[in-house]
Design a protein around this ligand. Structure first.
Ligand SMILES: [Cu+2]
Ligand SMILES: [Zn+2]
Length: 250
């Protein structure tokens, strides 16, 4: 009995020395990496580092942009640094790869005394732009739709939008034709008996806000015509009045 009483104080002292780390809060670091492909040559990686100490969480974001090779090299270096700093055991790493999607949507407004209204949406994924237009209030039948050169729908007849967008100085024609075509020559679509029409169109010859003037749609306009594009008359297919207009702006 006497022996036990003597031992107790010694045990307590040992504990205050070696159990100090018990009370010390550990910091966990959680890293998530999100890679987005902007186009074939450009990748953007967002590295989010979360530091968790007890209930406290702080977050740090770092953006790395460059060619896929450059980004991967930088990410590897960064990951090595973190592992050295905190030890593999405490690092939880998530990696997610996704594609950057750009989306723009505009209202198509009636022109030339028509009732033609609707929406046009552009989506860019992986260097390819898709247009989707829905129009109501058209006369039933075939209508032309083009990209015109200026995002200016201010005039009543829509002529403020200028002529067909033709950054490559080619002839008006069928999209993809060997004899040339405007980068705005989308073509025709049909409105049903209720006056509704829709068209989808995809191409890698367009972009939304890139540096290539021969591809960039920003600053141009979408025009829907009263008539059909004959796909041969110069300079614009003899498609008649401009019945709906939308500026493509960022
Ligand atoms: Cu046109
Ligand atoms: Zn044209």
């Amino acid at each position: 009995m006497k022996k036990i009483i003597l031992l107790l104080p010694i045990l307590l002292i040992i504990c205050t020395l070696s159990c100090e780390s018990f009370g010390k809060k550990e910091t966990h670091k959680e890293i998530s990496i999100e890679k987005k492909k902007i186009n074939d040559t450009l990748v953007k990686a967002t590295v989010t580092t979360k530091y968790k100490t007890g209930n406290e969480v702080t977050e740090e974001k770092q953006i790395i942009q460059g060619t896929p090779g450059e980004v991967n090299t930088q990410l590897e270096t960064y990951k090595m640094q973190i592992l050295q700093e905190i030890g593999e055991a405490h690092a939880i790493s998530h990696e997610k790869e996704s594609k950057e999607i750009k989306k723009l949507k505009f209202a198509l407004n009636p022109k030339s005394g028509s009732d033609a209204n609707g929406t046009v949406q552009f989506t860019e994924v992986d260097g390819k732009v898709t247009l989707e237009a829905h129009i109501n209030g058209l006369t039933p039948g075939i209508h032309a739709i083009h990209v015109h050169e200026k995002a200016d729908c201010s005039s009543d007849d829509g002529k403020s939008a200028g002529g067909h967008w033709n950054p490559t100085f080619e002839m008006h024609g069928v999209w993809g034709s060997d004899t040339g075509f405007h980068r705005g020559d989308i073509g025709n679509f049909t409105a049903d008996e209720t006056g509704h029409g829709m068209i989808t169109f995809s191409t890698d010859l367009w972009c939304l806000g890139c540096d290539d003037d021969a591809k960039n749609l920003i600053g141009k306009a979408i025009i829907v015509h009263q008539g059909e594009d004959d796909l041969s008359s110069q300079p614009s297919g003899a498609a008649g009045a401009r019945v709906s207009c939308a500026g493509i702006i960022e």
